[in-house]
Design a protein around this ligand. Structure first.
Ligand code: ADP
Length: 442
């Protein structure tokens, strides 16, 4: 029987819910038909052969044939409707043939399975129609005087008890155990489907994530190519032009002029080397290979040394105002990375402000460590740009002709992550910017 049920219910094209509905209706139909046979037998025992005995048999015939029809037409709704009609009307007729509700015991309770079944297999609107039909039958059989059979007159109290057991107890028990037996597999399958769905969802999320990463990498690549072609072209052109002039006109040029041109070439090569180093750091940090060796050091003198060194390499000097709260502040830090942070903040403050504008640097001891800020009175940064500053290759919309790679702050952020530090930016277009870095003491 189980094999038959599976053959009937498991069409490859059916969805999980349809399979469950089909299995349920099949189980209910078979159980009801079985009950119909018993039903008919018991009526025969009480009333002999007649309409009351025949009606449960009609029930069985209709239900069984609708099973076959719906199997061959692949339309299980035929079975649902066939079953509902039988459940609702056949007991109604039996009821009537027995002689109204007062004589038939609980046969009418069967009819109530109609609207309940409709609720299970159809939508709520259709189920309501079946409910109305049930009330109609109840009304007819309560009021109507039986015209085509008087079997009901013979029903005794004991017979009613037997009808009760037969119509309510037995089918309920049979349907319940049969459903439990068949549903076990279905529930297992549903759980399996559910866990498969969860796995698929997780896989989809992973795919989405890698697609996003792939997209980001694509953007990064495009930005990288345009940055390299832009930022390397100018120094290369300068190097090319100056070396050309030196080669061609070395006899006519003064020693001083040649030295200046060589200096220019050297500084452009240096700038390009820094750019290449930045790109290498970005590549390395993606693979999480950045080396970090913190040692306890005095951050105040370190920052001052880095700035002095930077100023030495800069041809034009700038007024830098220092504001230091404590002369010596010891924190664990990696000198190499602090140099990156300070050089970037200082070079940006110089780059993005006018030659006559001062830069203010404050170093403060904080309860949890140290903070230092670089304030300039330059071009400033818009709110929209501030939100994007730490994205690779991102540059503010107001940078104009000022050269840059959009990598400095990204590297700075990575250096801060290594130190478990943070950075805050305050800026207003045309008024200047203040970058404040906080580093913990431990
Ligand atoms: P780069 O300066 O090479 O473009 P950075 O990563 O150092 O790259 O800076 C990213 C962007 O942040 C810059 O292009 C600029 O738009 C903005 N920015 C950074 N510092 C300042 C500053 N002090 N004043 C104005 N804009 C700044």
């Amino acid at each position: 029987m189980k094999t038959l049920t599976y053959k009937y219910c498991f069409n490859a094209s059916d969805s999980g819910d349809i399979k469950i509905a089909k299995s349920l209706i099949l189980i209910i139909s078979i159980c009801c038909s079985f009950c119909g046979l018993v039903w008919s037998g018991i009526y025969y025992f009480f009333f002999g052969f007649g309409l009351t005995t025949l009606l449960p048999l009609i029930f069985v015939v209709i239900v069984i044939s609708s099973i076959f029809i719906s199997h061959f037409t692949s339309n299980y709704k035929i079975l649902v409707y066939g079953q509902l009609v039988c459940i609702t009307w056949v007991p109604g007729f039996i009821q009537w043939s027995l002689g109204s509700i007062h004589h038939s015991g609980f046969v009418i309770a069967w009819c109530f399975l109609g609207p309940i079944g409709a609720l299970l297999f159809l939508n709520e609107k259709e189920a309501r129609i079946w409910m109305v039909m049930f009330i109609l039958i109840l009304g007819i059989t309560s009021i109507g005087v039986p015209t085509f059979s008087m079997d009901g007159l013979k029903v005794t109290e004991n017979a009613r008890t037997i009808f009760y057991l037969m119509n309510i107890g037995v089918p309920s028990a049979v349907i319940f155990s049969a459903t439990a037996y068949f549903m076990k597999d279905l529930i297992k399958q549903k759980e399996r489907n559910f866990s498969l769905l969860q796995i698929t969802n997780e896989k989809n999320k992973e795919i989405e994530k890698s697609l996003k990463r792939e997209k980001e990498l694509g953007i990064l690549k495009t930005n990288f190519v345009s940055m390299v072609s832009h930022e390397f072209r100018t120094p290369l052109a300068t190097i090319n032009a100056n070396s050309d002039i030196i080669l061609r006109y070395s006899d006519e040029l003064s020693r001083d002029d040649i030295n200046k041109r060589l200096e220019k070439i050297k500084s452009e090569v240096l700038d390009m080397t820094v750019m290449l180093e930045d790109i290498l750091i970005i590549g390395k940090s993606d693979a999480q290979k950045l080396d970090f060796n913190p040692v306890s050091l005095d951050i105040v003198s370190l920052i001052k040394d880095i700035i002095a060194e930077y100023q030495l390499s800069e041809p034009k000097s700038r007024t830098i105002i220092f504001n230091v709260s404590t002369p010596i502040i010891m924190i664990p830090a990696d000198k190499k990375w602090i140099k990156h942070i300070v050089n970037n903040l200082l070079s940006n403050a110089i780059k993005y402000s006018g030659e006559d504008q001062q830069i203010e640097i404050s170093i403060k001891k904080e309860p949890t460590g140290i903070s230092f800020s670089f304030k300039d009175y330059g071009v400033g940064i818009s709110k929209e740009d501030i939100a994007m500053l730490f994205e690779p290759f991102y540059r503010g919309e107001n940078v104009g002709e000022i050269s840059g790679t959009g990598l400095g702050l990204v590297i700075l952020q990575k250096a801060l992550n290594l130190h478990k530090g943070k950075i805050e930016v305050e800026s207003e277009i045309g008024k200047g910017s203040n970058f404040r870095v906080t580093l913990p003491a431990v």
